[in-house]
Design a protein around this ligand. Structure first.
Ligand code: AMP
Length: 505
């Protein structure tokens, strides 16, 4: 049975002009539950069809998450929604269940493709997220008889064309591949009744705005639109203003590093001993499913390779892997076949790996907000998790920025046999006092006004691990470091990588 979501602060359900709402939100104190609208505490109070309730029971959910409790009744009414929520909040079911219910009257068993036009379009920034959302649509809709489908780049387009020709009512897509289909006239969007833009902030980060505009122009003006985003930058607000009509703003607290369900640990260590320490932790702490974050594609490849050589079954996931390799790596990790998955930040975003017990930061991220994103993989949906960081002396600035960002000092434990050198210890011990002022570089969060801080990345010392040759298992070319950035915002780490290359997306 899936653990229930912890009750978190939620609480804004308002309607009106989106800019006004967002501008006003900073002055809103969260409305206490008792003073707010009635929030359903069980799925059966939400007015869902028996077939959907059955699907929820099949999934083992016992109660709706905060975003589900708020979004489902609103979407069932046919209203537009601006959702401040990220992966891990249960937002997928929050929009999929009511969307399916609204389309349920169209379910039919006709073999004619004309009876199965695309009626709901769900756009996601990455292929992995598209695949996951499509799986959710399939799971939640399995008793209804609507046809789900998914299209994303990096895989053969022909089976997608056949699927689209046969007819699909709920289509999940990444923007680039959807436009490929539009161009080839293999998909028609003229009968779309519901549009969902999932992880809109990442879409914009990845340079999808022009594609989204093109797609919006192909949709009927009269439709229901739902936009979900973890952060609300000016650009998102403009998009929301264009795309949404009198939206209801629904905000839930981000499931982030501040949750008590995640314990943070720092192990100070010399850089050249990090790999040994990682292997030691995996072996001695019974870490049976651990997502390890490296900094670059090359580093991630090498680390996975070296772990394999150490006898630890590990695979790598990053933007240079083919789609087939990535799907395989993820499937093996999820099934427990590969206990260690080494990933770049971009590759790991949006991955729904349930109840992941531990995340290890082999390298600390450059932006503190990415630490929170990484930690979002663990301690999710009510389960507990560990966030372990292996920190060497030249990462003390990054650690200080993270601690400031999450408003917590992270306990440091030196593992015997992996002691940092003396300068490393003193650098780490002084993170608080030496913290320099930093420049925010991301959109503010609806919930916390959260900001990322740019951190000067110290020159990387020569490292025996990372200078060792990488021998790819297949014909995979290791990318130059650091990760490539996207077509629109060359400086952004999150730009146009996994599934985000516009032609292949
Ligand atoms: P999402 O934020 O949509 O990616 O969902 C995060 C995870 O929570 C997924 O693994 C879902 O299967 C799970 N989940 C969604 N809704 C619930 C619920 N009401 N109770 C327990 N788990 C849930």
């Amino acid at each position: 049975m899936a653990p229930p979501f912890p009750a978190g602060p939620l609480n804004l359900v308002l309607r009106g002009h989106i800019k006004e709402l967002i501008q006003r939100q900073s002055s809103f104190a969260p409305v206490p539950l008792s003073a707010g609208p009635m929030i359903a505490t069980s799925f059966s109070d939400l007015g869902l069809l028996p077939q959907l309730l059955q699907a929820v029971i099949d999934k083992g959910y016992t109660e709706p998450s905060p975003i589900q409790a708020q979004a489902i009744p609103v979407i069932l009414q046919g209203l537009d929604v601006m959702g401040g929520a990220q992966t891990g909040t249960g937002k997928t079911a929050g929009f999929t269940l009511p969307l399916l219910q609204r389309l349920a009257p169209h379910a039919n068993t006709s073999a004619s493709p004309a009876r199965h036009p695309v009626r709901a379009l769900i756009l996601t920034p990455t292929r992995e997220l598209a695949a996951q959302v499509a799986e959710s649509v399939r799971d939640y809709g399995k008793h209804l008889g609507l046809r789900p489908g998914v299209v994303f780049g990096g895989v053969d387009i022909v089976p997608q064309i056949q699927m689209l020709r046969a007819g699909v009512e709920v289509l999940v897509a990444t923007p680039g591949r959807l436009l490929d289909h539009v161009q080839q006239k293999t998909v028609m969007l003229g009968q779309v009744e519901i549009l969902v833009l999932d992880e809109a902030d990442r879409m914009l980060d990845m340079g999808f705005m022009p594609d989204i505009r093109r797609i919006l122009a192909l949709l009927p003006a009269k439709r229901q639109s739902l936009l979900f985003s973890a952060t609300f930058s000016e650009e998102i607000k403009r998009l929301a203003d264009n795309m949404l009509h009198q939206p209801v703003l629904i905000e839930v607290a981000r499931p982030n590093a501040m949750t008590e369900l995640v314990s943070h640990e720092v192990h100070p260590v010399r850089r050249e001993r990090k790999r040994d320490l990682l292997a030691h932790l995996v072996r001695t702490q019974n870490l049976q499913q651990v997502l390890v974050f490296g900094g670059t594609r090359l580093g991630v490849n090498r680390l996975a390779y070296q772990l394999q050589k150490d006898g630890i079954h590990a695979s790598a996931i990053h933007g240079d892997k083919s789609q087939v390799e990535r799907i395989q790596a993820l499937a093996d990790f999820k099934s427990g076949k590969t206990p260690v998955l080494v990933a770049t930040d971009v590759a790991a975003r949006g991955l729904d790996i349930q109840e992941l017990p531990a995340v290890i930061n082999f390298e600390l991220p450059g932006a503190p907000e990415d630490y929170v994103h990484r930690i979002g993989r663990t301690g999710r949906a009510g389960s507990t998790g560990r966030a372990i960081s292996l920190v060497c002396a030249d990462e003390h600035e990054k650690l200080a920025a993270i601690e400031k960002f999450i408003k917590q000092r992270i306990p440091q434990t030196i593992i015997p046999g992996f002691e940092p050198d003396a300068s490393g210890v003193s650098a780490l011990m002084h993170t608080e006092r030496e913290r320099p002022e930093r420049r925010p570089d991301r959109g503010s969060s609806l919930t916390r006004g959260a900001r990322a801080h740019s951190v000067k990345t110290p020159a990387k010392p020569v490292d025996s691990i990372f200078s060792a040759p990488y021998v790819p298992s297949k014909a995979v070319t290791p990318a130059a470091e650091p990760e490539r950035t996207g077509p629109q915002k060359p400086g952004r780490q999150v730009a146009a990588l996994l599934g985000g290359l516009r032609k292949s997306g």
